[in-house]
Design a protein around this ligand. Structure first.
Ligand SMILES: [Zn+2]
Length: 502
């Protein structure tokens, strides 16, 4: 938290001064969100015909068309210059056509090593390898003492025998970041777990990867993870003894010169995808926008298996339709929200939150006027911590950037929906790290207060068995009403909710 300034004191005062009140109209419109309608929509977009809605593929485009058609039917107007979509370019690559040669030996990708980023423009690099031990800097100590690594390939060892505390503090990602900072063009590192992971997640490693075209740069640092076998080969070629390394680490002064050659020429495919935009202009502060998101893409097909993604995130997607319709019914009755509402089913989520990332990098409405993001991802099922029929939802992030948002959210639930708000996954130390794992995170990263609505993972998560008949639509409707009513309050309250956290 930042230090408490006058602004915060005033805002807390204002909040207490204007208490949130029950609003009969809001409740009335929330009731137009029904289990029946949600089921009708989901039975369509999570059917086999939609082929698992994979980003850039036919099924995603079909879902997009379905969403637009419905938003139009509610009377939502297109946005100037955009219409109903924001289009973005993607690049797709398989992990192939990568040649790695160290010293005189060549090595095989996905057997001996992996390369990131997963999408790389054609590159050929030749360099010597500089061994930097564990690659850390702590107090007066530096692994880089007397070493110039600018424009070179460095090699970093995993773990840190006998110094577990320091190893825990210096995760590999921090060591890689340090090497990049010091100007390495390639960071090779030993990964103790790589071999096991390559076997365990073979499918993940071998599937093509997508990235935003705008994120692919000419001269990115290439990071190569090396199995223990490859690491042993490399260190041996450098004249080091493995047992000694394990005992004492690497003494970089004692390594023989070793050349590193990498050629990346991966076949590249260009794709486009879309975020869908349903914009409801506000009456008093139309420039201020409340953004609601749910990803409408899923993971597609594999052979004759269709991944329907009924819960992930068909449940959130059809909630967006019902919420838009509810707001639009109010508009037709002359009850426009004071602030604008952007209901945005995004794509590219399953490929790395790409649609929301593109939006926040290229916002349709300025981010400084974006009041909050409410994101819904998987709200139709029950997880192992709850019984079938339990009336709960996990809220994540609500108190992180705005204490007011958290209070608003709680009060809305108390006034209308009375669902058990479960904050288990809101804990910073929760190992699942859900706060970083859906589209709201791209908004939070930009200092926009968020709430993530989620009912947890289940045995059908990312399997072809995540199907419509397993969804509890009454439960989905109750959570969708909570999201609608919270958005209603944020859009209609006198003061914009303010950011007072970090
Ligand atoms: Zn999801």
């Amino acid at each position: 938290m930042k230090k408490v300034g006058l602004g915060l004191l005033l805002s807390v005062f204002t909040f207490v001064g204007i208490a949130q009140e029950y609003n009969e109209k809001a409740e009335e419109y929330s009731k137009t969100i029904t289990a029946e309608d949600l089921k009708k929509h989901l039975s369509i977009i999570a059917s086999d015909k939609f082929e698992g809605r994979e980003t850039g593929e036919k099924g995603q485009k079909m879902a997009m068309d379905y969403l637009i058609e419905n938003f139009k039917s509610y009377g939502i107007k297109p946005i100037k210059e955009y219409g109903y979509i924001q289009t973005f370019d993607l690049l797709e690559q398989k992990t192939e056509n990568i040649q790695l040669k160290i010293g005189e030996e060549t090595f095989e990708v996905l057997k001996d090593f992996t390369v990131s980023p997963s999408v790389i423009l054609k590159r050929a690099i030749e360099s010597e390898i500089v061994f930097v031990g564990y690659g850390i800097e702590e107090g007066n100590y530096t692994s880089y003492k007397g070493l110039d690594i600018k424009g070179k390939a460095v090699f970093i060892m995993d773990g840190m025998p006998g110094k577990t505390e320091l190893a825990g503090k210096w995760l590999m990602k921090d060591r890689i970041a340090l090497a990049k900072e010091k100007g390495a063009i390639v960071v090779l590192y030993h990964s103790l777990k790589l071999k096991d992971n390559l076997i365990k997640y073979e499918h993940y490693y071998s599937t093509p990867k997508l990235t935003l075209k705008e994120d692919v740069k000419d001269k990115q640092t290439i990071v190569i993870a090396s199995t223990t076998e490859l690491t042993q080969t490399i260190t041996k070629a450098a004249g080091l003894r493995w047992k000694k390394i394990l005992r004492k680490g690497i003494n970089s002064e004692k390594t023989k010169a070793l050349t590193f050659q990498l050629e990346v020429n991966k076949p590249t495919e260009k794709l486009t995808s879309e975020n869908v935009l349903a914009f409801i202009p506000g009456s008093e502060n139309p420039e201020e926008v409340v953004v609601l998101t749910a990803h409408y893409d899923h993971i597609g097909i594999d052979g004759d298996k269709v991944f329907n993604g009924a819960d992930d995130d068909g449940s959130g997607t059809v909630s967006m339709l019902e919420i838009a319709q509810a707001f639009q019914m109010a508009v037709k009755d002359g009850l426009k929200p004071k602030r604008s509402i952007l209901i945005m089913p995004v794509s590219g989520e399953e490929k790395g939150l790409l649609g929301s990332k593109y939006y926040t990098n290229n916002p349709v409405f300025p981010l400084e006027n974006t009041v909050a993001n409410l994101n819904v991802d998987m709200i139709g099922r029950y997880d192992e911590n709850h019984e079938e029929g339990d009336d709960y939802v996990y809220l994540i992030g609500s108190d992180k950037l705005s204490s007011t948002l958290h209070k608003v959210s709680e009060k809305v639930n108390e006034l209308y929906t009375e669902i058990e708000l479960d904050y288990t996954f809101n804990d910073e130390n929760d190992p699942n790290r859900f706060y970083y794992r859906s589209d709201h995170y791209n908004f939070a990263k930009n200092n926009i207060p968020v709430i993530f609505y989620f009912s947890g993972v289940h045995e059908d998560y990312h399997k072809e068995t995540d199907t419509v008949e397993k969804i509890d639509f009454e439960k989905t409707a109750r959570i969708a009403r909570l999201v609608f009513l919270t958005a209603w309050e944020i859009a209609n309250r006198d003061n914009r909710i303010e950011v007072d956290g970090e």
